[in-house]
Design a protein around this ligand. Structure first.
Ligand SMILES: [Zn+2]
Length: 92
């Protein structure tokens, strides 16, 4: 038997922390949260690296590298926003 867990939002006792709180719907131990956290970090890093690569490419007049870097940065930024949205939906 596991010890009862209290919801950090409304302090109601929750028997299964991976299920939504019966009172407020908060999921204490969301099974997907770690995955979304990793995605936010990975997409944030790729956004920064992509824009950095794009800037270097533009400074050195390597057009292909510059455009590719900015494209990676842009896609990374969109991915970052989507990942962050899903992460926030797990109740962080
Ligand atoms: Zn609750």
């Amino acid at each position: 038997m596991t010890a009862p867990v209290r919801c950090p939002k409304c302090a109601v006792e929750v028997s299964d922390p991976t299920q939504p709180c019966p009172k407020c719907g908060f999921v204490i131990d969301h099974p997907q949260r770690k995955r979304y956290q990793r995605q936010v970090i990975a997409s944030g890093v790729s956004t920064l690296l992509g824009y950095a690569l794009g800037m270097v490419g533009l400074l050195l007049r390597w057009e292909i590298v510059g455009i590719a870097g900015l494209a990676i940065g842009f896609v990374g930024g969109v991915w970052f926003m989507v990942s962050l949205y899903f992460l926030l939906r797990t109740g962080v």
